[in-house]
Design a protein around this ligand. Structure first.
Ligand SMILES: Nc1ncnc2c1ncn2[C@@H]1O[C@H](COP(=O)(O)OP(=O)(O)O)[C@@H](O)[C@H]1O
Ligand SMILES: [Mg+2]
Length: 346
């Protein structure tokens, strides 16, 4: 298919990025942690996948690991597949991966400050990136960077071009970071809690910016967020991670309004209130996530689960379709699935 035939067409069904059976072990010192344990997901053009789960559930490692963006100082062992453009990122060398990152993928981090060099002016950092990615001349790169700032909704971009990071607000910087991520015209935008460090008004603006870019450019977005309002307004699908595994996934509206996994139910509170964040459980799920350096059989949530049954500690639950629900709605909780089936039979 050539580019023209794609113009104005509806979202194609072919995923633009597909991760399957991803397992990521981290080794730091003599501790090893299974941060991601058999995760599968994909995104299509124009689609937003939201990833939610408590802190430490593996959201960042799952999304940044395949792109080679985990911090140095930790040894990373990855298995599975992360395929884009017919190629597996996990098999790529550093240089090829860097090209892939600069081309197909754009990444927005939680903390914009840490992604920019504090000693250098903002604009030239964007220009250098644009140059590196597209090979344009210095003058053109400046123009491109100002254009990117303008597109990201930054007022007076010619003036902002010469500012240092500390001279800009968090919201402005995050806009600049999004501009930077978009410099390479990515097809997939990975945003790791892009609004966590910002106040509510600015959060809403940043989310609106991402939505607008998605509409205009047709990019696919993987959005890690703590904000249930964000999930309900922008996500097509949602994935709930618990201790490195998918507890539940499906169409966002359905998972938010009819959660099945006890963990999702706990995260949302029994009555979902779209104004509250979901980063931490609402009414408090007693206990803490398991120690991922000790792998035990069974469901990771068993020790905290109000509905735990003996079988839960023996077999690792697999994702299964929720009976009578959207076919994409899947959950890894045999007792709940059985209860739904029994109710349907009654
Ligand atoms: N740099 C690191 N060194 C060692 N362990 C890490 C590192 N980063 C993350 N982890 C571990 O990997 C797991 C997943 O972390 P992470 O993906 O950051 O969670 P989330 O983004 O959902 O808060 C956690 O158990 C965390 O302790
Ligand atoms: Mg994280």
């Amino acid at each position: 298919m050539n580019d023209m035939s794609a113009v104005g067409s509806v979202a194609s069904d072919a995923p633009i990025y597909s991760v399957s059976d991803l397992v990521i072990d981290l080794y730091a010192g003599n501790v090893s942690v299974r941060a991601v344990d058999g995760v599968t997901f994909s995104v299509r053009p124009r689609e937003t996948l939201a990833v939610v789960g408590e802190s430490g559930s593996g959201k960042t490692v799952m999304t940044l690991g395949p792109l080679g963006l985990l911090p140095e100082g930790v040894t990373v062992d990855m298995r599975g597949k992360a395929v884009s453009d017919g190629r597996d990122l996990l098999g790529m060398g550093a240089r090829e991966l860097s090209r892939m990152r600069g081309g197909r993928f754009g990444v927005v981090f939680q903390d914009p400050i840490s992604a920019l060099n504090p000693m250098k002016r903002v604009g030239p950092q964007l220009a250098a990136q644009a140059r590196r990615l597209t090979g344009v001349s210095r003058a053109k790169a400046r123009e491109a960077a100002i254009g990117l700032l303008r597109r990201a909704g930054i007022p007076d971009p010619e003036d902002r071009y010469n500012r240092y990071p500390h001279e800009m607000s968090g919201g402005m910087l995050q806009r600049a970071m999004i501009a930077l991520a978009l410099a390479s015209k990515p097809q997939v935008l990975i945003a790791d809690e892009p609004t966590t460090a910002l106040d509510a008004t600015v959060q809403a603006q940043i989310i609106e910016l991402i939505r607008q870019l998605q509409r205009e450019e047709g990019i696919a977005v993987v959005l890690i967020t703590h904000d249930i309002g964000v999930v309900s307004t922008v996500a097509d699908r949602v994935m709930v991670l618990y201790a490195g595994r998918i507890a539940e996934e499906g169409p966002a509206r359905e998972v938010l309004t009819a959660p099945v996994h006890p963990y999702t139910i706990g995260l949302l509170g029994s009555v979902p209130d779209l104004r509250k964040p979901i980063g931490e459980p609402r009414q408090g799920i007693p206990g803490a996530p398991p120690d991922q350096s000790r792998l035990v059989p069974g469901c990771r949530f068993a020790d905290r689960c109000p509905m735990v049954e003996p079988e839960c500690r023996i077999h690792s639950p697999q994702l299964e379709q929720v009976p009578g629900a959207d076919p994409m709605h899947r959950v890894a909780c045999p007792p709940q699935l059985r209860a739904i089936r029994e109710r349907a039979d009654a």
